[in-house]
Each structure stands twice: as C-alpha cells, then as structure tokens.
Design a protein around this ligand. Structure first.
Ligand code: PGA
Length: 252
C-alpha cells in the first residue's frame, strides 16, 4: 500500500504573528505540491493569522500542543475546540521538548491523543530515545512503551488516521541526523507494534514521520525508506530550504 507522504514544520517558539505571515508568504510557492500533505505547526498566537495567510494554498495549519480538558479553570491552556474553531487541522502531541521542559508524561500524551481524536484533530504523536538509551540498546523497548501508552484506548479506525513522529532526542536541533537505516529500523518497529496492537490494515495506513535535523540534503534519502512517510522538521522549516524538503518527499 502506498501512503501519502506528510511533511510538517514544527516552528517551536519562533516567529511573531507579523513574522509568521511574512514567512508563509515566502514559503508558499516553494512548498506547493499535489503529492504531499504539507503542515505548518505554529505557536498558538500565530494560528489565526497563519490560517488566513495559507487560504487558497495546499498548506494546513497545525498547533504545537493542546490541553485534554474541554474548558474551564486551566489558566494558560488551549482546548481542542479553540484550535478547531481557529481552523487548525493537526496538533503535535508529546514532543520531547514538552516532555523535558513541561513535565508531559506518557499518560498526559495519551489523554491529549484521545481528546484530539474525539474532536476531529489529527494528532502528530511524538516519541524518541535519548543518546544514553540508544547506547544502552533499549531504543526499541523504550519507543514501544511510549507508543503503547500513547495509543491506550484508541480504536483501530482512529489509530489509522493518526500520524506518529519518531524523533531521536539526540538528533533534534543538533545537526546529527539519524542515518536512514537507523531511522527506518525504528519506524518499522513502530509499524510492527501497530500491527501487534491492531491489525495489518491499521499498521499499513498509519503514517510515520522521522524528525531530527532533517534538511534539504538528507530528506530524500530518509523519506525513500519504506516505513518513513515524511518528516517533522524544526530548524529547516523556518527557511526556504523547507521547499527542498518537500521536493525531497516527492522524488521516490
Ligand atoms: P530539528 O527539530 O529539525 O530542528 O532537529 C525537529 C523537531 O524537534 O521536531
């Protein structure tokens, strides 16, 4: 089965609303494609102008986080309904930076995944190992545990529509990309786990991205691997180079 590739930019805490609109205007001709899903995951305050700026293009807007409650006394948080009403389609959940700096756990990730699905947002569910874990040889065990908990109580039909992002923490923002074989090994293990939890059809439908220092030079090789269906891109999504990454996902 051939899965449609999906390449998402993760802007992190970059770009004011004014800068966001400028960047979108620069990138939109460079990322135009009929063959790949293109998503810009932007800071919450940039969402409304970004949705306006991408009108009439192939770019979908994503959020970088959501809260799992519907509404109420949760100062500073943003609900799924707020994101939907603003025009958001995707939401990154459980990025390693949120786990490290904002105390997200596998359990809160699971609650957020369930809420995103309930409301009709597509979650981009992140997992990844540290360098120490990789050196200890526990990468696959660790990723399996993260993903098993993230997908607790998610039905096969809903899981099939999710996106998973495998992002080795040692490769994020470091310029040290995983080799395409290292990335493929883990993405394949994630697909095998989905087959174990669900079934063949679900495992074949779910899209699995690689993230961690993806750039214009390495994207094509990574995305050509059988179990890598695109990328989650940080630094390079803020540059014209993002266009080369989109081009790299259509080459094979
Ligand atoms: P990077 O970030 O591409 O800058 O390594 C990836 C990510 O954190 O999603």
């Amino acid at each position: 089965m051939s899965r449609r590739k999906i390449v998402a930019g993760n802007w992190k805490m970059n770009m004011t609303p004014t800068e966001a609109v400028k960047l979108i205007d620069t990138l939109k001709p460079l990322v135009a494609s009929d063959d790949v899903d293109v998503v810009f995951c932007v800071p919450a305050i940039d969402i409304i102008p970004a949705v306006e700026a991408v009108k009439g293009t192939n770019i979908a807007i994503g959020a970088e986080n959501l809260y799992f409650e519907d509404k109420g006394a949760f100062t500073g948080e943003i609900s799924a309904d707020m994101l939907l009403d603003a025009g958001v389609k995707y939401v990154i959940i459980g990025h390693s930076e949120r786990r490290e700096y904002f105390a997200e756990t596998d359990e809160t990730v699971n609650k957020k995944v369930l809420k995103a699905i309930e409301k009709g947002l597509t979650p981009i569910v992140c997992c990844g190992e540290t360098l120490t874990q990789r050196e200890q040889g526990i990468t696959i065990d660790w990723i399996r545990q993260q993903m098993k908990i993230a997908f607790l109580n998610v039905s096969a039909a809903d899981a099939a529509k999710c996106v998973i992002a495998y992002e080795p923490i040692w490769a994020i923002g470091t310029g040290k990309t995983a080799t395409s074989d290292q990335a493929e090994e883990v993405c394949k293990a994630i697909r095998d786990l989905m087959r174990e939890i669900y079934d063949d059809a679900t495992a074949e439908a779910i899209r699995i991205q690689y993230g961690g220092s993806v750039n214009g030079g390495n994207a094509a090789e990574l995305f050509a691997k059988p179990d890598i269906d695109g990328g989650l891109v940080g630094g390079a999504s803020l540059k014209e180079e993002f266009g080369d990454i989109i081009a790299g996902s259509t080459c094979c």
